[in-house]
Design a binder for this molecule. Structure first.
Ligand code: SF4
Length: 88
């Protein structure tokens, strides 16, 4: 499966007009995000979430849902003005 940005596998990446990244220190590999948005994420060999190239096929609503579902709030989303969408 191709990664969105092999140089920055956990982001930040652009999904639509949003900037999304994984705080790797917070990610515990719970994989809730994969269950909610399977086209957006996979786990790397350290069990940290990374972005798939197909993340563009998930709606931003689904990405926000995946961030809400993350037990450690490790998925950060900002809009094009660097305004924090999640977590607030
Ligand atoms: S749900 Fe959160 S902790 Fe679990 S893999 Fe995804 S980013 Fe990491």
């Amino acid at each position: 499966m191709k990664l969105k940005d092999p140089k920055n596998p956990s982001g930040p990446v652009k999904i639509g007009k949003y900037k999304v990244w994984i705080e790797r220190d917070l990610c515990i590999g719970a994989a809730t995000c994969l269950a909610i948005a399977p086209r957006a994420y996979k786990l790397d060999k350290d069990a940290k979430a990374i972005f798939l190239d197909s993340c563009d096929n998930e709606s931003i609503e689904t990405i926000v849902d995946s961030a809400r579902g993350c037990p450690t709030a490790a998925i950060i989303i900002e809009d094009e003005n660097d305004k924090r969408i999640y977590p607030k």
